[in-house]
Design a protein around this ligand. Structure first.
Ligand code: PLP
Length: 378
């Protein structure tokens, strides 16, 4: 028996009666768009994150795009973000007409290195960097793998340079940095409920969180065609609403999230106990943060061979992510090939994600560790 990277069926089996009742409720009342299901989930998620308000949208990518737009980021602007994240972070910046500016990461955390960010902002706003035009208007820190980015120095840089901060918390539901939850620290926070996320819908779904009523009101308008009333549209927006079926599913799952995160963290600790001191680099848990353990990511200089070995033994290992954003073909075409961001490049060559989900058993964890150990002893 192998071990999958994630197991969505195991989770559904545990909450089937609650989920089936919620789905049946929506099918019966037929209020499929917005309405009480979405409003109730928005309220519950805002309380969970510790913000005034949350606005449900169609995906994490939509959340980022609408948040950027609500913050006034658009054509002619540049946005600083991590070179090492899922492609959608940069895609959303491009979608609002702005230029993504990639900054290298800290290898211990895989997140934006604040030491690199300020140099780039100053350099860029003096007009001396190429690869697209524009003054820096915003920073998009990503809490990669569920580990919070080092927000205090980033917020400080943003306040000194008058930049908006939009958190990409797509992988960080419930993660905390110095007592504050991811998604509650910047001007706006963006979440994905893609099925494999810690809090996953049964389709695409996302959320924008924050404390600024005006910004969130704009996100609310933009997600629904710029609508101010049934027949009046104050600006051009998008059809990017969260649908009621997904909200009903998420409302069932939210009360389970902390227990699921605790289970993920226990499995992560067990992996680290068993692998630390061996041939692979185990993840670092910053002491002032609560990691959401979306992914358990190790590093190996023989990554591709180790990956092939694990897969041959039925272990569903993955790579998040094999290509840093400045090396993606879509970015190389925009001039990024002339820049080197060595830490992101090294991470992309060495990382490997081991199976991690709440329902993982001790036996499965041991099976994964034995397969890793076997690779290095052969
Ligand atoms: C870091 C990050 N940003 C953005 C996204 C985009 O979210 P979605 O797939 O819901 O559009 C994802 C998830 O896929 C992600 O992991």
């Amino acid at each position: 028996m192998g071990v999958p990277l994630v197991d969505l069926k195991a989770q559904y089996a545990l909450i089937k009666p609650e989920i089936d009742t919620a789905v049946q409720r929506v099918l019966t009342h037929t209020g499929f768009i917005l309405g009480d299901e979405v409003a109730n989930f928005e309220r519950a998620f805002a309380d969970y994150i510790g913000v005034r308000e949350a606005v449900g949208v169609a995906s994490g990518t939509a959340a980022l795009r609408l948040a950027l737009q609500a913050c006034g980021v658009g054509p002619g602007d540049a946005v600083v973000t991590s070179a090492y994240t899922f492609f959608a972070t940069a895609e959303a910046i491009q979608q609002v007409g702005a230029t993504p500016i990639f900054v290298d990461i800290d290898m211990a955390t895989y997140n934006l290195d604040p030491n690199c960010v300020e140099d780039v902002v100053i350099d860029r706003n003096r007009g001396s960097r190429s690869a697209g035009n524009g003054r820096v208007r915003a920073i998009v820190p990503v809490h990669l793998y569920g580990r919070p980015a080092d927000m205090d120095p980033l917020l400080d840089i943003a306040s000194r340079h008058e930049l908006m901060v939009i958190e990409d918390a797509a992988q960080a539901h419930g993660a905390e940095y110095r007592g504050r939850r991811c998604g509650a620290m910047g001007h706006l926070g963006c979440f994905s409920f893609y099925p494999g996320k810690n809090l996953g819908a049964y389709g695409d779904a996302g959320m924008v969180t924050g404390n600024d009523d005006e910004l969130l009101e704009r996100v609310r308008r933009l997600r629904d065609h710029g609508r101010t009333s049934k027949h009046e549209h104050s600006e051009f927006g998008w059809g990017e609403r969260l649908d009621a079926l997904q909200a009903a599913v998420l409302l069932v799952k939210l009360p389970h999230l902390d227990a699921w995160t605790q289970a993920r963290s226990a499995h992560a600790r067990r992996y680290t106990e068993l692998l630390d001191g061996g041939a692979v680099v185990v993840p670092y848990d910053p002491p002032d943060s609560r990691h959401a353990h979306h992914l358990y990511v190790i590093r190996s200089q023989q990554r591709d061979d180790l990956l092939a070995h694990l897969r041959a033994r039925g272990i569903g290992a993955g790579v998040h992510y094999p290509i840093p954003l400045h090396r993606q073909p879509a970015m190389v075409r925009r001039g990024w090939n002339q820049f080197s961001l060595p830490t992101a490049e090294q991470a992309a060559a060495e990382v490997i994600s081991l199976p991690l989900y709440p329902e993982l058993t001790d036996n499965q964890t041991l099976q994964v560790v034995e397969a890793v150990t076997e690779f290095y002893s052969s």
